[in-house]
Design a protein around this ligand. Sequence first.
Ligand SMILES: [Zn+2]
Length: 319
Amino acid sequence: MPEGDTIRRLADRITERFAGQTCGRCVTRDPRLVGLDLVGAEMVGADAFGKHLFVRFRRPAGELLSLHAHLLMDGRFVVGPASKEPEWRRRIELWFADGRLTGLDVPLLGVVPTAREHELIDHLGPDLCGPTAPDPAMVASRLQHDPEVPLAAALLDQRNVAGFGNVYAVELPFVVGLSPNQPVGGIDGLEGLLAIGTPMIRRHAVSGPRNTTGRRLGTADHFVYGRQSCPVCATVLRHWNDRDSPWGRVSAWCPSCQRLEPRRSVDLVRARRLLALHPVRRDPLFPRATPVVEPASATGQAGSAGQGPDGLPEVSAGR
Ligand SMILES: [Zn+2]
């Protein structure tokens, strides 16, 4: 399902294929696009912010116009070949010299002057897949502004941070040993989760499919999303379906590894072990192992959770 990484990849594919080409034919089947005619307009390129897609055009008179799309759960774009889907599903079809761009079942579509794109995204938090990675500590403090909110709900709230969808809201808590139901105010070291989740989604924004385990790269693979038992301890997973879930989305967690307690710490030792094969381990943002403190000078928590400011390297320049 489309998350920030998917939309970033889509924007890059649209730009690579069609930037600089002129629209030769334009068909719309969406009431919000009535009267839109892009014939003669040059595609400037596409860009993404969180889960929002902007496809930019320059009309012959020089006016800059953006097609705005949000795919929600089911929308998608076909880039290049002609779509074989029924006409009524093809909300917009644009013909270029190098193929066709077709929006299928896109639930939110509109057109705005490019200069006013920001009005559609001003309410969002920093974009995880933007030109530079947002600072994990800054994002963690945004996620924790309302201490009662469950972790998964905070990760999904695009006003906190833009880009995470439900796969990350299920998988990241598992990786660091937190319940998706854990209130964010009861989490220590939340920046550690972001220092893993940020490079992970950025990696998937460059090369898909989304694979949170690092095993069988090139296939979609997950630890607990869509699964029945815990890959670490074999306990039967607990699930929310989308009707019962407090945040309206399916979820899964291991009641043994991801216990709900008044206070829990992000477990970076667990995360490093689970992600031993994931290329995200090589990202400069990924938390490095903290040297084990000798018991004599230990503060009582030596080598346990391993989180802390010293475990977080500086923010990378990003790509
Ligand atoms: Zn488990």
